[in-house]
Write a protein that binds this ligand. Structure first.
Ligand code: ZN
Length: 323
């Protein structure tokens, strides 16, 4: 009996040690794909999230991902698009990673009428997961280019879908979401352009992602201050890491974004995003920037998305490496 229980203890102990090791390694990796290696530049939006199980999610490809051939992309399973504006869906993009400068990015390659998102999805055979009325638009573009329209997947407010072990939900974002007539083309697109109106594709969105290690991440998208950040993002989803847009003018500025983080979402840490400025030089935040003002105003650690530098976050939302 005694021998047997000793063996059992050893087995249980070994399993516990293994589990502890697995838990240590089970971080979510976040890699910004910005305009210049090691910097945080005006057009930077794109982030790759890698689940511990290997699922890779591209959030808001924007203009700094150099199209579907960008070697930094690697395998992409899912693409998220917060809304249809060109700096998020990608109406144009860099010729190559790091082309142009931080101040004057090269966005010389047009991606209309497809969007860079659709081009990347086709090349990577990735799913596009969006809310509102965006899925039929992406489905039609995939179909028109020989892809599978079923790869455009809907997740509307209040529901969620699971892709590769990551649960993806959309949450409200108070912004606008007009579809540029350049994506529509033809006589209809021409008439709309002349009239100065955009296509209707529903509300802009944010996202809440729940990874397989338990980490819950809020992606604000372009938004103003909204009650859902407290009642839904914190109250229901309990997000521990936030990616917060701070650029002002088009979305919350540093003071508004800091209020969202400190008072409404209350995550364990936050990644600044969408600053619309040259925020760093040599990887250091420049004085007098919006990014610096946001860092000073926020009570939890603020991490800067330096292009190409991978950060790792544990289940509790704490940066475990690379910050
Ligand atoms: Zn934007």
């Amino acid at each position: 009996m005694r021998g047997k229980s000793l063996v059992r203890m050893a087995v249980v102990g070994g399993a516990a040690a293994l589990f502890a090791h697995a838990a240590v390694a089970a971080n979510v990796k976040v890699t910004p794909l910005g305009g210049q290696d090691g910097e945080f530049c005006p057009q930077d939006r794109a982030l790759i999230f890698e689940d511990p199980n290997g699922t890779r999610i591209l959030y808001d490809a924007g203009r700094t991902v150099a199209g579907a051939d960008d070697p930094r992309l690697g395998k992409i399973d899912v693409i998220l698009v917060s809304h249809m504006h060109g700096d998020h869906a990608g109406n144009a993009h860099n010729k190559a990673p790091n082309s142009g400068t931080c101040d004057k990015p090269d966005v010389s390659v047009s991606a209309v009428p497809n969007t860079s998102t659709v081009n990347i999805a086709l090349a990577k055979k990735a799913k596009i997961v969006t809310g509102s009325e965006m899925p039929p638009f992406f489905a039609a573009k995939l179909k028109a280019n020989g892809g599978n329209p079923a790869d455009s997947i809907l997740t509307r407010f209040g529901g969620s879908v699971k892709q590769g072990g990551v649960t993806i939900a959309t949450v409200p974002a108070l912004h606008s979401n007009g579809l540029d007539p350049d994506y529509i083309g033809g006589e209809l697109g021409k008439s709309m352009k002349e009239a100065g109106i955009a296509g209707y594709v529903g509300e802009a969105t944010g996202y809440v992602l729940t990874f397989s290690n338990g980490l819950v991440v809020y992606l604000s998208g372009d938004t103003g201050i909204i009650a859902a950040q407290e009642k839904v993002v914190r109250g229901f989803y309990k997000a521990k890491l936030a990616v917060m847009n701070i650029g002002d003018g088009f979305t919350t500025g540093p003071a508004e974004a800091a209020y969202v983080i400190n008072d409404l979402v209350q995550p364990v840490s936050v990644i600044a995003s969408h600053a619309n400025e040259v925020a760093t030089k040599g990887g250091k935040v420049l004085p007098g920037t919006k990014t610096e003002a946001f860092m000073k105003a926020v009570k939890v650690p603020v991490h800067i998305p330096l292009s190409g530098k991978t950060m790792e976050f544990d289940a509790g939302g704490k940066c475990a490496a690379g910050c």
